[in-house]
Design a protein around this ligand. Structure first.
Ligand code: HC1
Ligand code: SF4
Length: 571
């Protein structure tokens, strides 16, 4: 440990801690801009400067605190330097705060207000450049402040490297690699660059116009589903604690927005588990294309298709819970309610930008042209809609979702956290294979370790499982499998869960902006906590699922189930 003084307050903290951390511990908030706890601190903006004993100014975000030393975080000199640095950034920034999407959540705007900057003291030199619009992510680099968080998260956490800094000094620009657009680059649309952008330079491709048109069209029957992870993040936009499950208020808000039926993707998660657990048991018994790899994360699917094509046969053929919920709305619910499926408009609220691309994948298109899901909005977009509609979210009385596709088990709920899909599958696979589960919780595959392992027993044989998240971690797993295959050895695992984003969907690229270090743990906790409270905690116990198999799909893995709920992947 080390002991340092921050503005005369003594603090002790682990050796190697930064001055910024020491200040935080001492109760002082040093302003930061380029810093984000998830990414390597570059210190590029300089706003976090502090003074050492000799008066020298250093950047506190990436400078280690030295044992026995004293630091000043706030005085007139520091205030002046920070203000000048901010003014320089503002001189190059559009300053159209009145109409900017990030107004209210922009870190630059917040700092300008905190520093009471009311006029431009430095000649304006606003950047220009084209807007690059992919189906999921939009880049508008005139807003860019060169913090490099996007470049860092894309290369270090996601291992994609779709963005690079081109040029030098004031004329440098962040661009998609290869000189083309984002769509031409290796980008997998995970939206982590968006979630880490402090300003309006990177954002989701908003889908409000078609949605408002659909809601206003009285010929259409509009349905909406919310993903598991949305409920433990949306509340943050309205003053609730991180991880607080506000599902009941979300259902109530969606009803007030005018949707005809409110469903839950956790229902589809239960359905996915029925199919995927059956697929696992089948493949395991026949030693066929093991390991089985989960495919509900669309960025992960694209990443594997692009960089590990030899692994495609290992993919689960199950559609994602979002697509299953959408499909069963039009193919089962419509029939039950006597609705024309062509007049149903399915919306999905997702913690993810990549889901906007998933719904337009060719192989998911139906021969009769009926889309499973018509439109995807992120958690952040839903928050904007709720505000635009004047809904008093914080004071709404919680409501229930609609039957039938609003019914789910705890297993369907925990999908939103890394390890959750696997835990849900293991609960059901164990029971379906005649096993006995003493505990429903698989603690060893919960939490934020990069690689998590467990095993279960099926037919007296060990089924080995691995879970990973954050694309940078999949290389280790996939390389081990390749190596085993090359040497004709049994692969180290039989079943693999991968989520592209660190922490899983709770920290997806469409979730509320957050710089809180514990954000992933707190949101995941919200899901696990609610799983424990539910009476039904295994997918096969969900009565809605039973009804649909009994009346429509025959049985898990049936011909009909395959025709509707499964897909295929090609290199
Ligand atoms: Fe996810 Fe999934 S868990 S992919 O992370 O399988 O987005 O929440 O909706 O489809 O259920 C996301 C979350 C989500 C699907 C489910
Ligand atoms: Fe990189 Fe993901 Fe952003 Fe694409 S969406 S540029 S892969 S961080």
């Amino acid at each position: 440990n080390i002991t340092v003084k921050i503005n005369n307050t003594e603090v002790t903290l682990p050796a190697g801690s930064t001055i910024l951390k020491a200040a935080e511990k001492a109760g002082f908030k040093v302003p930061t801009l380029c810093y984000h706890p998830d990414v390597h601190a570059t210190g590029s903006c300089g706003i976090c400067v502090v003074k050492m004993e000799n008066g020298k100014m250093v950047r506190s975000c990436n400078m280690k605190a030295i044992d026995g030393k004293s630091y000043i975080t706030h005085d007139e000199d520091l205030h002046r330097v920070r203000r000048t640095l901010l003014s320089e950034i503002l001189a190059e920034h559009p300053q159209d705060c009145l109409v900017c999407r990030r107004s209210g959540s922009c870190e630059l705007q917040t700092l300008a207000a905190e520093f009471n900057i009311r006029t431009n003291t430095i000649p304006r030199r606003v950047q220009t450049g084209p807007i690059d619009r992919s189906c999921a992510v939009v880049m508008d680099m005139k807003y860019c402040i060169h913090c490099l968080r996007c470049v860092s998260v894309c290369s270090k956490q996601q291992n994609v490297g779709a963005l690079e800094l081109v040029g030098k000094g004031r004329d440098s620009r962040i661009k998609p690699v290869g000189g083309g657009t984002l769509a031409d680059s290796p980008c997998v649309k995970c939206g982590q660059c968006v979630a880490h952008c402090p300003v309006n330079a990177l954002k989701e491709n908003e889908a409000f116009n078609p949605l408002y048109a659909a809601l206003a069209n009285k010929d259409l029957y509009t349905t909406v589903q919310i993903a598991p992870a949305v409920r433990v993040s949306l509340g943050e936009e309205f003053g609730f604690k991180i991880g607080e499950n506000v599902a009941g208020k979300i259902y109530a808000a969606l009803r007030r927005l005018g949707f005809n039926a409110i469903f839950d993707t956790s229902f589809g998660a239960d359905m996915t588990i029925m199919e995927e657990a059956t697929e696992l048991l089948h493949r395991f018994k026949n030693n066929d294309n093991l390991p089985l790899i989960t495919t509900c994360c669309p960025s992960w699917v694209v990443y594997l298709e692009r960089f590990y094509q030899d692994m495609i046969p290992h993919f689960s053929s199950c559609k994602s819970p979002m697509m299953m919920t959408g499909l069963l709305t039009k193919r089962y619910y419509a029939d039950k309610k006597n609705l024309d499926p062509k007049k149903i408009f399915n919306v999905a609220i997702m913690p993810c930008t990549s889901k906007k691309e998933e719904i337009i994948r060719n192989e998911l298109a139906q021969p009769d042209g009926l889309e499973d899901v018509d439109l995807v909005l992120t958690t952040r977009e839903l928050a904007r809609m709720i505000r635009q509609a004047g809904i008093d979210f914080a004071n709404l009385t919680p409501e229930d979702p609609d039957s039938l596709l609003g019914e789910f088990s705890g297993a369907g709920l925990i999908f939103g956290a890394t390890g959750g899909v696997m835990e849900a599958a293991l609960r059901t696979a164990s029971v379906l294979s005649g096993g006995n589960l003493e505990r429903l919780e698989f603690e060893s595959i919960r939490g934020l370790d990069d690689i998590k392992e467990t095993k279960i027993t099926i037919d007296n044989k060990e089924v080995r499982i691995v879970v990973t998240h954050g694309l940078v971690n999949v290389q280790y797993v996939l390389d081990k499998i390749r190596e085993a295959k090359l040497n004709n050895q049994e692969t180290p695992w039989h079943f693999i869960e991968v989520m592209a984003c660190k922490g899983g969907c709770v920290s997806g690229g469409g979730q509320s902006y957050s710089k809180e270090e514990q954000v992933r743990e707190r949101r995941a906790k919200g899901l696990y906590h609610d799983d424990e409270k539910l009476a039904l905690r295994m997918s096969h116990e969900n009565p809605a699922i039973k009804e649909i198999y009994d009346h429509f799909l025959d049985a898990p893995g049936s011909h009909k189930a395959h025709e509707l709920l499964h897909t295929y992947y090609t290199a």
